[in-house]
Design a protein around this ligand. Structure first.
Ligand SMILES: C[S@@+](CC[C@H](N)C(=O)[O-])C[C@H]1O[C@@H](n2cnc3c(N)ncnc32)[C@H](O)[C@@H]1O
Length: 461
């Protein structure tokens, strides 16, 4: 019997994402993250190695803005610094990718390139591919709004198969303002080993693929953790005839093999190949979140007054040395900080400045305190306005673990937070100073008022 030729699948090979659906983002100068690394001949890691703060936030250095110049090691996506890999025909799982060199844990293996498309378009294509009866799936989740479709255009990473016990993982990196997906080794991978990562499909199609990864504890199906899968299995349990096991289109990759090519026939070496018949759609979700180690914690705006819970209990002490109405400010313990670092608005005012001023005999002292309060109000208004601007980015971070706050906005936020802290501090300092050094009004001139447990003054006896 004549053996069928081993035909590598057809697709258009690309090494950077294709942006036909929208324009590539243009990185603004103020948004470029510049690290502090400086190349030192004696220390190779000095040129944007592990200690580089861009590396620690999964952000590549921008050429021309990194002082390490050509020595910068943090431009792996931009320079396509992939590991050597080989395309291989597997048994039952279509084509796969082998390590063609010893790969070390943490090494960048390849970028998952494809067409960057909107979430809506991904859904539309998913349906279309399914309607065409295509069983292999190449769409992965990029972020809440976009996906990467490597069905027709892609890099070699599109051939990496799923395993429930993978030796690689996906990570998201920001490169020149765009988020990109890389495949990174989770462990040392010896030459000749098949590369794999956990798809965790967001399964759009009705087609389910039996997982043939062979791992102990294999979940049984590709995308077993996906919402689509959960819904389908729920319906099965429901005993609904329409969704009985028989009626669910089930694709077993072994049955679908159209060739009888010997197991693991090594085909091409880092080879770009094209063919039109391989397509279908999958979505990964959780797995990509691994990439979000660039934790962004929104700055909390916790004014001093707020942390000084029930701020000031001003008690008058009669002192033999001081015939003035000496006043002591007692600060209660701070309340715990806001959880999640989220800025809270509408903070309760702790200091009744008008009331404090009403007790001070000196007009200059009153003016100073009122001025400080005015500055504090302005600082509060400033940070509230900024909060509205920064809010969408915070929400996006919460949704996607994606830090999209522009550096300039983040800097404004930090500056405004500092101004507000300073204004709070100045106000408190002005009150303390004036209460301590300024004569208070005579007791009969002051109308004692209930301070609601937050702040109250008692004149001396
Ligand atoms: C991104 S492609 C991987 C490359 C694909 N094997 C090929 O030949 O082009 C994903 C498809 O590969 C197949 N596949 C990947 N991992 C598999 C596994 N563990 N078990 C069965 N089929 C798998 C499924 O058909 C899936 O839709």
């Amino acid at each position: 019997m004549e053996e069928e030729p081993i035909e590598p699948p057809l697709y258009i090979h690309i090494e950077t994402n294709d942006f036909s659906y929208r324009r590539h983002k243009r990185q603004k100068e103020e948004d470029i993250a510049v690290c502090e690394c400086q190349y030192d001949l004696m220390d190779p890691d000095s040129a944007c190695g592990e200690r580089c703060w861009n590396v620690s936030t999964n952000t590549e250095c921008t050429p021309g803005y990194c002082r390490c110049g050509v020595y910068c090691k943090n431009q792996r996506f931009q320079k396509s610094q992939y590991a050597r890999t080989r395309l291989v025909k597997t048994e039952g799982r279509g084509w796969g990718l082998l390590a063609d060199e010893n790969i070390t844990a943490g090494q960048f293996v390849s970028e998952y390139c494809g067409e960057v498309i909107s979430w809506k378009e991904a859904k539309r294509r998913s349906q279309a591919y399914e309607d065409q009866g295509l069983t292999e799936s190449y769409i992965i989740y990029l972020n809440a709004d976009e996906s990467i479709d490597a069905t027709k255009k892609g890099s070699l990473a599109r051939f990496i198969n799923h395993s429930c016990q993978p030796n690689c993982e996906t990570r998201k990196w920001t490169v020149l303002g765009e988020v990109r997906v890389g495949i990174f080794a989770k462990q040392d991978v010896p030459i000749g080993t098949e590369l794999s990562y956990d798809y965790n499909f967001e399964w759009f199609g009705g087609v389910m693929v039996r997982c043939l990864c062979g791992a102990t504890g294999c979940s049984g199906f590709l995308g077993a953790k996906s919402r689509g899968f959960q819904e389908a299995t729920y319906l099965w349990e429901d005993d609904d005839d329409r969704f009985s096991v028989e009626n669910i289109p089930l694709y077993d990759s072994t049955d679908d093999e159209h060739t009888s090519i010997p197991k693991d026939t090594i085909l091409a070496k880092d080879e770009a190949v094209t063919q039109e018949n391989n397509s279908n759609i999958v979505h990964t979700t959780e797995n990509l979140e691994i990439a979000s180690s660039n934790e962004f914690t929104p700055l909390s705006v916790e004014p001093l007054t707020n942390s000084m819970h029930k701020v000031a209990k001003l008690e008058n002490q009669s002192s033999p040395q001081n015939n003035n109405h000496h006043t002591e400010l007692v600060l209660a313990r701070p309340e715990p900080k806001f959880r999640g670092g989220k800025a809270k608005r509408g903070l309760r005012k702790q200091l009744n400045v008008a009331d404090i001023c009403a007790r001070l005999a000196s007009a200059a002292a009153r003016q100073e305190i009122l001025f400080c309060e005015e500055v504090k109000k302005q600082a509060t208004a400033e940070i509230d306005a900024l909060y509205d601007e920064i809010r969408p980015a915070i929400e996006e971070h919460e949704r996607d673990s994606q830090d999209n706050v522009s550096t300039s906005l983040a800097e404004q936020w930090i500056e405004a937070s500092c101004c507000k802290y300073k204004a709070e501090f100045d106000l408190s300092a002005a009150i303390i100073k004036n209460l301590a050094s300024t004569p208070l009004k005579a007791k009969e001139d002051v109308n004692p008022r209930e301070q609601n447990g937050v702040l109250y003054l008692q004149n001396g006896p």
